[in-house]
Design a protein. Sequence first.
Length: 232
Amino acid sequence: MVAGASGAIGTAVAHQLAAGEWDVIGTFHLRKPAPHPGIRWVPFDGADEDSLNELHATLDSDARPVQAVISCIGAPSSKRRIADTDADEFDAVFMINVTAVVRLWQAVCKRARLGAAGVVLLSSDTTATLRPGNGAYSAAKAGLEALAVTLAAEEAEHGVRVNLVAPSLTASPLAESVLALKGVTNIEEYYRTLPWGRPLSVAEVAAVAVEIASAPHWRYASGQVVRLAVHG
């Protein structure tokens, strides 16, 4: 299962798995993606009971265990400073980045336990940098890290591994929108200031998530936060 599979990284994850001959359930929020071999699309909104019921029905229609769960669910904040951010925004950002993942796991956990699944939650390196103007998002992603490590401890008895991948800036339409909120007007010039002179690509992040969730040599790792970033 790939949750949030209609976003840039989620699409790359779903396509990489399908290319590896996995049968993929991909969830989307607003717009159903185009058909793709090996991917069944199902709507999912962590705040909507009807979409939860549809996800349950999709899982119930196939008796096979779920062997990998990769969650790419998430949304940015407005980039305002904490003193200027409405409390409602904190609630909404936490709902999308944390509570929706909780509800996803509650829907899929029984089937994932049957498959001793590898679980990867996609997060952000924002929890290590903690820059001004990112309070709501950073706080939510810190909550997601705590959720991942706690799930790893809770699900180990079922053979389920849970890890979190925290990339730094990844080139995508969403990243460009976020940079615009920060006042960046020359995206390429900004990219050249990053470590290695470029951002991550969605394919790089997706490949790491797929490998940690599915490769045999990752079977021992659980409860880990894997950061794709350079810190000096």
